[in-house]
Design a protein around this ligand. Sequence first.
Ligand SMILES: *Cc1c(COP(=O)(O)O)cnc(C)c1O
Length: 468
Amino acid sequence: MTSTRAGDPAMSHAPGGFPGLPGLPGLAGLPGIPELSGLAGLGADGERAALAADAGDRTCRRAEFLVPPAPAGARHPETAYFAGNSLGLQPRATRDAISAVLDDWAVHAVEGHHRAAHPWLPYHAELREDAAALVGALPEETVVMNSLTVNLHLMMASFYRPAGERTRIVIEDHAFSSDSYAVRSQAVHHGLDPDETVVRLRPRPGEDCLRTEDVVDHLAREGHRTALVLLGGVNYLTGEFLDIPAITAAGRAAGCVVGWDLAHAAGNVPLALHDWDVDFAAWCSYKYLNGGPGAVAGCFVHRRHVTDPALPRLAGWWSTEQATRFEMRPELVPVPTADAWQISNPPILAMAPVRISLRMFAETGMAALRERSMALTGYLERLLGEVVRDRPLEIVTPADPARRGAQLSLRVTRGTAADLATRLHEAHGVLADVRRPDVIRLAPVPMYSTFHDCWRAADALAREVSPA
Ligand SMILES: *Cc1c(COP(=O)(O)O)cnc(C)c1O
């Protein structure tokens, strides 16, 4: 595998900002979101302050979710759930939405395609606007379909077109395994050597996260040999939020196609995919989006591509226009929207939870969620700062709030992360997520996590990890 350090440190310049994202740093103005300065630290006073902050917080929608009970014997009755970046909690409305589909099927059978409360034939279209708002896209640029890695493959079928010396695919060395396997298999699919074709960008020695300027510099030097840049918007391991507009601009300036895996970004950070000129993106719906295990995923294709009939696509009957679909013609009529990448008719029972969860995100809005998220994550970071100071723990997520979402990853430098996570759960009801061997991920999810959850996580770590 071609491994490379992402850039030449001598060429460094200030990382790009976030043009076009309104109101990111502000932590004022939303109902009940407390000022960080007003919250105390660890200890009994700190716990009281956290509970008081929660009592006044009207942006949090925890009451609309099913929060698992803590294991018997834990210090609190409810789980402090920090694994919403792995599998989001179940909205209370989800069960009824699934039941309603079953009822429609029972009562209407085949006529449910037209007569169901939410008719099945245009069902995916009902999710379009909310999905578009979530990722900052035009409605015709988004579609909810399949699962994440399948969507990445469908996107690469259209957008990974190796030719001449431009054959490489750039990913990050800390890419999620599925993305690594997907791009390697695409290289093989095109008759190329995956070890030569896939370039993995590594952070500088001694650092955990990529620097924007190093990625940009790599693309300036190697872009002419790069067909596709496919990076994670928020890295699953470190929680780093890459500068999507700056990297997209650099890749496109070098003539590359730039796609983003937004598994850990969708529902976590504000996105503006259309304005950022991203070529394509895909995300899953079971992490921050609370769509349930294996939930139907989302996909974005920029308008300049959806209106291009010459682009090669893998097709099926759901790729053709709805009006003539049942004429069963031998050739399809292309639709000038992301729907053109749909192949099969969608699984309505599985779409119902995603419809519910996308509605919730549209109601609250990513700007409000981001504001609450920065308060929660900033609070957790401050508490963890007290804990890690004299303990064998290290925060690997960027300290700059603009460079991260709702996740703080901790490196455990004594004992194993798995043992520590087990103790946090069994004794304290704090459910974190382990990435072996040494990382614990804590995601205070803005939709339902509380300030008291954050206090409990820091308190549990302080009790379970003895000072070095
Ligand atoms: C969660 C995640 C996946 C999972 O892929 P599925 O196709 O949904 O099973 C893939 N890539 C990234 C970056 C992820 O975080």
